[in-house]
Design a protein around this ligand. Structure first.
Ligand code: MG
Length: 389
């Protein structure tokens, strides 16, 4: 593939934070990237402007009534609807790379279908790997598909490993900002509101991942994601708090040498790297003025403040359906917190309780994964309901 090759791209989740940033990157390199398909849940107002600006051939709207409303406006694109529509966008002919950026478990099936259709994946939907890591990585290998991480930490690890073998890696160290409650009085965590939890100090992201950053569940999910992406056992994946969000992760090799990747915290960096890989493009991010950086600090995350992190390691150790159950229970708990139906500190309790009553089984196929997910969501809903009485 030469320098003048125009990469054709579909975006699953184009109206979310990653989707918008992806389109922002694409708009700056029109000679390199062309949008062929976009898909979103229901935000047709944003979709309309994206159709105007990027002229995709096919647009899918998950919500069928929203799709109907969009159709009535006669946009210059084919409009599809439902999960079927999302899957069609994931498989579009002629597309080289699918950006998987649907929030949560809804992104799993379209991502898997894109892999089956031999599309390379720029993966932002970490939940897909958390829920069905073995199935997804096996399918990617079977089809010769590259899965390039968009998550900033995994992009950092990916860049540092740069094709080296897993045997040469001693461990990886994922960095975490610690979220808005890093220094908050522990006794006050009980009463924090969604508004407070949504104020992330360094990154501007979607709501789900911002809450997950505050509980550190996000880092837990990223540990599981890293396990599958880089084929590393859990004991070779560490987490360290780094409130400045400049070092995006470390890789320690067997000779004791450590590499890290740094940049200003801006998702357009890892997004652009995933789009342009294996090349690097010019002027993606502003230069980091290292002479002005007073200090970069690192510390161990405290278990009392961030109990969710341990749950993720426990789920990974249990294997089978457990990571999926962790993820789906967490999704329901975060949603309840955002809707003021669950206190912040109880997010952990809900997930822990669901894990406790779950009988782990193997994930032979995607049906097993979906069944475990449905079970966890239903049980989490019941527990949350019982807590509010
Ligand atoms: Mg991340």
């Amino acid at each position: 593939m030469g320098k003048n090759y125009l990469k054709k791209i579909s975006i699953l989740g184009s109206t979310g934070s990653i989707g918008k940033n992806t389109l922002n990157v694409i708009s700056r390199y029109p000679e390199r990237f062309k949008v062929i398909g976009i898909a979103a849940k229901s935000n047709i107002q944003v979709l309309e402007s994206q159709i105007r600006d990027f002229k995709p051939e096919v647009v899918a709207v998950f919500d069928c009534s929203a799709a109907e409303r969009l159709k009535k406006k006669n946009p210059p694109a084919e409009i599809l609807s439902g999960e079927k529509g999302l899957i069609e966008v994931a498989k579009l002919k002629g597309v080289d790379l699918v950006v998987s950026a649907i929030v949560g478990s809804a992104g799993l099936i379209p991502t898997l279908e894109a892999i089956k259709a031999r599309k390379n994946i720029a993966l932002a939907t970490k939940e897909a790997l958390v829920m069905a890591g073995e199935i997804i990585m096996a399918e990617a290998q079977r089809k010769g598909v590259k899965i390039i991480p968009v998550d900033s930490e995994h992009s950092a690890v990916f860049q540092c490993i740069n094709g080296r073998k897993a045997e040469e890696i001693q461990r990886i160290i994922l960095t975490a900002s610690g979220g808005p409650f890093l220094r908050k009085d522990l006794s006050k965590l009980k009463t924090v509101t969604p508004q407070e939890a949504l104020k992330h100090p360094n990154w501007f992201m979607g709501k789900k991942v911002t809450i997950d950053s505050a509980t550190l569940m996000n880092k837990g999910l990223e540990v599981i994601e890293a396990h599958y992406l880089f084929n590393l056992p859990p004991h070779k994946i560490d987490v360290v708090l780094h409130p400045q969000s400049i070092v995006h992760s470390f890789v320690e090799f067997i000779d004791g040498s450590i590499l890290s990747q740094m940049s200003v915290p801006d998702m357009r960096g890892p997004i652009c790297y995933a789009l342009s890989y294996p090349e690097r493009l010019e002027r993606v991010l502003p230069s980091l003025d290292i002479s002005k950086m007073r200090k970069l600090t690192f510390e161990k995350p405290a278990q009392v403040r961030y109990p969710c992190l341990r749950l993720a390691y426990q789920a990974l150790a249990a294997g089978g359906t457990m990571p999926c159950v962790l993820n789906s229970a967490n999704e329901v708990a975060v949603d309840a917190f955002l809707n003021k139906k669950l206190p912040f500190k109880k997010i952990h309790n809900v997930v822990a309780n669901i894990m406790k009553i779950h009988n782990v089984s193997k994930c032979k196929d995607i049906g097993d994964v979906l069944k475990a997910s449905e079970w966890a969501k239903e049980k989490a809903g019941e527990i949350i309901e019982s807590l509010s009485y």
